[in-house]
Design a protein around this ligand. Structure first.
Ligand code: ADP
Length: 474
């Protein structure tokens, strides 16, 4: 089975969010299980600089906006996954990130830049492709590739397409004038198409014209069919519910392995879990917390945004301290939240500690050194930290939403609470502290989480099954 996976970012080449992690991990995992999956992405400077050998395999003319482009073929670093790079300097060679300039402003021509990527994807998926290699299915991701299924539709749907929603909050909405340069028929600008309240929505194009839609957890697939998590797309998503599926992301089990993690002061595993004690002691030392082996230590690692529920954590911080616990928080984001986190730590020296910033090594040491991980996100399409926690024997406490609901089993591998309120979180924290005091029961929970398998291989098999189903149905 040949799959063209088109994306606007892929780790380790360029990353602004979870989409890059999935794009960097899923195609290689699909190849591991025997699929011929290839990537297509834009030639931003960061990508061109990091490419190994690249050869020009095609030239494109007649693209949206009259832009000319070359297609380069290389491989995704550290893998054998073929990578097609759309080299169009006029569109992609900029100072700044993939979507915004250095001042954080969206590029004014984003509509054209991502129409170009989508158009190239559709061409490679059609009989007019300049390549000999022809995919059986086109896999699109988020709004940046939303127009590809629309182009494919008006090319007569030569192959089926799937659109994966990684973040429904970004919808690629542009004024109707954008239609002028897309090269799509005027009839597509309608409710039965890519029109969204008088504007053009690239995400809606993907959701409307794709054969199937996926998102990154089964629970989130249900939640986005309703308000408020549908973020305006709930009507279309519920109409298409028979074609909508949630497939959990995997985690990098090489980078996140407590028995070989170079960021840790001690190794441990299911068979030999005692190294975790040393990780806790060293984390307490590093963060200026009291050296108390028996104090339940709670960890938090998060972008400090309303979504992640840091306010709920801060609301239970005093209670944790009064019951003899400790709390360590790592993150960066909203300045008001950062300040509130700092203030809470300042009120409880030696019991609550924080580090405001992005620190990969510390994030590993918190996952390993904490006893339990707090993740009270208001919504969470998939979430990674709760899966790292399970793998590191650090039972997570999570709100029953999206991927958190799908990965943590209440009372077995962690604690799940129903409402994103301080009271509900506090009751879950109390349950955790009670269990923590019963060492054999706590150990049983730790080991149950460490046994769970969140490797990409599982996700890749689920995508493979979906592709087979779609292609078989054609
Ligand atoms: P989201 O993608 O919504 O931010 P996830 O839990 O899916 O949330 O993934 C977040 C990833 O970013 C995790 O790998 C987490 O460890 C990492 N991370 C977030 N904030 C920090 C930070 N301040 N320092 C180090 N890693 C961080």
């Amino acid at each position: 089975m040949k799959i063209l996976f088109v994306t606007s970012e892929a780790a380790p080449l360029i990353k602004t969010g979870g989409l890059a992690d999935v794009s960097g991990a899923l195609p290689p995992a699909l190849r591991e299980i025997g699929l011929d999956c290839r990537l297509l992405m834009p030639g931003y400077p960061a990508v061109l600089e990091k490419l190994g050998t690249a050869v020009v395999v095609a030239h494109f003319a007649g693209m949206p906006g009259g832009i000319e482009a070359r297609l380069l073929l290389s491989t995704l670093p550290k893998s054998d996954t073929p990578l097609y790079v759309l080299d169009a300097p006029q569109a992609y060679v900029r100072q700044g990130g993939p979507y915004q300039d250095a001042a954080g402003q969206d590029y004014v021509d984003n509509a054209l830049r991502f129409a170009l990527l989508s158009h190239a994807a559709a061409l490679l998926a059609s009989p007019g492709s300049p390549l000999e290699w022809r995919p059986d299915l086109l896999h699109c991701n988020d709004w940046q590739t939303g127009l590809a299924p629309a182009y494919l539709n008006f090319l007569g749907r030569p192959i089926p397409s799937v659109t994966t929603v990684h973040n429904l909050a970004y919808q690629g909405i542009f004024p109707p004038m954008a239609m002028l340069q897309l090269g799509l028929p005027a009839e597509s600008f309608s409710i039965e198409g890519l029109e969204y309240y008088g504007n053009v929505s690239y995400l809606k194009a993907g959701l409307y014209y794709s054969d199937r839609i996926t998102t990154v957890s089964p629970s989130y697939a249900g939640e986005i069919q309703l308000e408020p998590l549908g973020m305006g797309m709930q009507g279309l998503l519920s109409t298409r519910r028979a074609d909508l599926r949630g497939i959990l992301n995997g985690i990098d089990t090489g980078d996140w392995n407590p028995s070989s993690d170079l960021h840790l002061p001690g190794e441990y595993s299911m068979r030999a879990p005692s190294g975790k004690k040393r990780c806790k002691q060293k984390l307490q030392e590093e963060m200026g917390l009291g050296q108390e082996a028996d104090a339940p230590l709670f960890g938090v690692i998060a972008r400090m945004t309303h979504q992640k529920g840091l306010d709920l954590v801060l609301a239970v911080a005093d209670g944790i301290v009064h019951r003899g616990g400790q709390l360590v928080m790592l993150g960066t984001g909203d300045k008001l939240i950062e300040q509130a986190v700092r203030d809470t730590a300042a009120r409880h020296p030696g019991r609550v500690a924080c580090m405001i910033g992005y620190d990969e090594g510390l994030s590993h040491r918190i996952e390993a050194g904490a006893d339990s991980f707090l993740m009270p996100s208001r919504f969470e399409p998939c979430g990674l930290n709760q899966m790292y926690s399970l793998r590191y024997g650090t039972p997570p406490i999570v709100h029953a939403t999206g991927g958190l609901r799908d990965t943590v089993e209440d009372g077995v591998t962690g604690f799940v609470f129903q409402e994103p309120t301080p009271h509900a979180l506090w009751l879950a924290v109390e349950r955790a502290m009670d269990l923590f005091a019963q060492k054999p029961a706590w150990k049983k929970m730790m080991l149950a989480g460490m046994h769970r398998d969140f490797s990409w291989e599982n996700s890749a098999k689920a995508y493979q099954a979906l592709y087979e189903e779609i292609i078989g149905r054609q």
